[in-house]
Design a protein around this ligand. Structure first.
Ligand code: VGL
Ligand code: ZN
Length: 194
């Protein structure tokens, strides 16, 4: 059994491919647009086999704690219902893909997808044991989501060519990759998935 062949019990988790994290957005992540083709190829593969696809989104109230106006670390971004919070028009969105919103309450941190109350329940209902993770940003939402997933006992494959980092400090993204690997995630290239 090859670890990178999609099996029953595998799900694809695509994190925060939203306009505000793309070029021109309020919290643009460098190179973020470059990962969309690889992510779309993964979406097509999972969709063709009928395995679950989760598209997560940062979905903040206008006065979210993390925004600079509230003395938070970030410029305002991904305000629910705005263009910046929409998924990229270039991202494939199969009909069966499930959308997960996080960071929806003012005080919620919103970095980990598992803060969304329904993600774990949906994964359990679908019998998911392995998560293939791609998206933005390596050093925030991807990192916190992967740490939670491993804590919860999921096997995690991090699609290394399909993530990009904010890099507030140079090297943050590389450090996050190292942390995820040390804690048990397997870093693989998305083109190995079949
Ligand atoms: C994220 C910063 C603020 C992310 C979300 O998706 O990684 N980063 N909000
Ligand atoms: Zn956010």
């Amino acid at each position: 059994m090859k670890s990178d062949a999609i099996e029953i019990g595998d799900a694809l988790l695509v994190i925060d491919i939203q306009n505000d994290f793309l070029p021109g957005g309020s919290l643009a992540v460098s190179g973020s647009e470059q990962i969309i083709p690889a992510i779309n190829r993964c979406i097509e593969k999972f969709n063709a086999i009928g395995n679950p696809i989760f598209l997560t989104r940062d979905w903040h109230p206008v006065d979210h704690w993390s925004f600079a106006a509230q003395s938070g670390p970030w410029p305002a971004h991904c305000v629910a219902g705005t263009f910046g919070a929409e998924f990229s028009a270039n991202l494939l969105q199969p009909e069966k893909a499930q959308i997960i919103s996080k960071g929806v309450r003012r005080e919620s941190e919103g970095y980990s997808d598992f803060e969304a109350p329904d993600l774990q329940a949906r994964l359990e209902r679908a019998g998911i044991r392995r998560l293939f993770v791609a998206g933005l940003a390596t050093d925030y939402c991807v990192l916190y989501t992967v740490l939670d997933a491993l804590k919860l006992g999921y096997q995690v494959f991090l699609l290394q060519d399909a993530v990009r980092a904010v890099n507030v400090k140079p090297g943050d993204g590389d450090m996050a990759l190292q942390t995820m690997r040390q804690i048990g995630a397997q870093l693989i290239s998305s083109d190995l998935i079949s």
